[in-house]
Design a protein around this ligand. Structure first.
Ligand code: COA
Length: 180
């Protein structure tokens, strides 16, 4: 049995996903302002998409050695955010950070609080020294979040191809364990 992920921060619980979370995942991603920056598309996100995503999250949890930690951020019994420590590479000691939060809960410091805990945990418990994050240049909230967390901008990419027919200016940020 793999030990479940569970951390309590000042106001939040950061935990593994569980059955029944699909409605909260859907509520977060149905907002165009959230999902446009996550998928870089106008695709309509459905409850079936949320169920499929949850299936992937639950499958990943069963692995002895996880490649990704898909984490639910819970406030008062509701999942208000998703934090992903992804593509964990124990050789390069690196992973990629992704996140998206329910729009209703923006501007309250919840993303900063949850991600700070996840990062602290990853630097202690995983073979990780470098965390990379990418953000759309227009995504001011995301850029501010990364800077608040101590990430440093390494470079910008103009019109990066993100998926077929979709290009965007993006910025790459890095956080290194040695500098935290
Ligand atoms: C990126 C995203 C998670 C950032 O959310 P956010 O609400 O701006 O970030 P936080 O939860 O950390 O809140 C920070 C804000 O709360 C304010 N705040 C209020 N109370 C606070 C508290 N107790 N502690 C800390 N900050 C607090 C901060 O001042 C800050 O506001 P500011 O940006 O106006 O200075 C959110 O915009 C989102 O989900 N976007 C869509 C998905 C997305 O873009 N993902 C990234 C893809 S690259």
């Amino acid at each position: 049995m793999v030990k479940p992920f569970f951390i309590n921060s000042e106001r939040l619980t950061i935990r593994d996903f569980k059955k029944g979370d699909e409605k909260d995942i859907f509520d977060i991603l149905k907002e165009p302002e959230v999902q446009n920056f996550v998928f870089y598309s106008q695709k309509e996100y459905s409850l079936a998409d949320a169920s499929q995503d949850l299936r992937i999250y639950l499958e990943e949890q069963q692995k002895k050695k996880r490649d990704h930690y898909f984490l639910a951020v819970e406030l008062d019994g509701k999942v208000i955010g998703v934090v992903v420590l992804g593509q964990i590479d124990p050789v390069m000691k690196k992973c990629y950070l992704h996140y998206h939060f329910h729009k209703q809960f923006w501007g309250k410091g919840y993303a900063t609080e949850a991600i700070r805990e996840a990062i602290k945990w990853s630097f202690t418990e995983l073979p990780i020294r470098t965390i990379e994050a990418e953000t759309n240049t227009e995504n001011i909230n995301s850029r501010n979040l990364l800077l608040r967390l101590g990430f440093k901008k390494t470079f910008s990419v103009a019109q990066k191809p993100l998926k077929e027919g979709v290009f965007a200016d993006v910025e790459i940020y890095v956080l290194q364990k040695e500098f935290t």
